[in-house]
Design a protein around this ligand. Structure first.
Ligand SMILES: NC(=O)c1ccc[n+]([C@@H]2O[C@H](COP(=O)([O-])OP(=O)(O)OC[C@H]3O[C@@H](n4cnc5c(N)ncnc54)[C@H](OP(=O)(O)O)[C@@H]3O)[C@@H](O)[C@H]2O)c1
Length: 243
């Protein structure tokens, strides 16, 4: 299987690359930090059919699309590259907000604009989105991140409906807190925090089972779902008290 993983230089993407390091697989690892990608490629090379690195900033959309064109057809893309922009609760500067949307949402469409025709021609393909439980509830301090991931859910759902007839499978993953460079920046208590390895293992299993929607850890997902069932005034009270 030919697999493109974005955001493969650290955290969840790096662990997913390790999980997919199997003899039949051709891995394509994409991110900005070349040395980290090279080191990972060296580590995985003995275990895979081939491994290629693609060094690009996904917000440089023209360059990104050129590089994706050069990759050509793949069997699966894991759209994992993502950022958060802190939790200060202050007004987010516009350029940071835009950059967050560029990485978390628009880069994914820039990639799929190139890959979808290949998937359609093959009449198969898997598209994995890495969203977040944060997409299901917006905290005052994470409104930019939460909204970008909620938009990603809507986009993923639309892609799933649109291309089902073409044999394209869409898998949307909504993790809770997983240890990574992204969460290392958080100074607050992170409930149900998972190790990077465990988090990636759960994601790997969900992809292999072709789950259309996988939100985890279950207890955290249930708490958020329960909050969302409450009348708005009650939810407001609880969210405000948490903050
Ligand atoms: N950790 C969690 O608790 C958690 C929970 C829910 C969802 N997620 C999602 O999981 C995904 C992976 O995050 P992570 O926790 O593993 O964080 P991470 O360790 O910070 O990894 C983020 C990855 O995205 C890449 N990336 C960021 N900006 C990029 C850019 N402009 N161009 C190209 N690559 C870029 C980074 O590579 P370079 O810096 O080398 O470019 C890195 O490989 C994200 O989409 C995140 O929103 C994480």
């Amino acid at each position: 299987m030919r697999i493109l993983i974005t955001g493969a230089s650290s955290g969840i993407g790096e662990e997913l690359a390790r999980a997919y390091a199997k003899t039949d697989n051709e891995l394509i690892l994409l991110a900005r930090r070349e040395t980290r990608l090279k080191n990972l490629a060296d580590e995985l090379l003995p275990h895979v059919k081939s491994v290629e690195i693609v060094v690009v900033d996904v917000t440089q959309f023209d360059t990104l699309q050129e590089k994706i064109k050069r990759i050509g057809a793949v069997d699966m893309v894991i759209l994992n590259a993502g950022i958060s922009i802190g939790h200060s609760g202050e007004i987010t500067p516009f350029k940071d907000f835009k950059n967050l949307y560029d990485v978390n949402l628009l880069a994914n469409h820039a990639i799929l604009e190139i890959l979808l025709p290949h998937f359609k021609a093959q009449k198969s393909g898997k598209i994995v989105f890495i969203s977040s439980l944060a997409s299901l509830i917006s905290m005052p301090s994470s409104k930019a991140y939460s909204s970008s991931k909620r938009a990603l859910n809507a986009y993923a759902e639309g892609i799933r409906y649109k291309y089902k007839k073409d044999g394209i499978k869409v898998i949307n993953i909504l993790p809770g807190f997983i240890k990574s460079e992204l969460t290392d920046k958080n100074s607050f208590h992170m409930p149900f925090l998972l190790s990077t390895k465990n988090g990636a293992k759960k994601i790997y299993k969900a992809i292999e089972k072709e789950k259309r929607f996988y939100a985890f850890p279950l207890r955290f997902y249930l708490i958020i779902s329960f909050l969302n069932l409450l009348p708005q005034f009650l939810r407001d009270k609880i969210v405000n008290s948490i903050n």
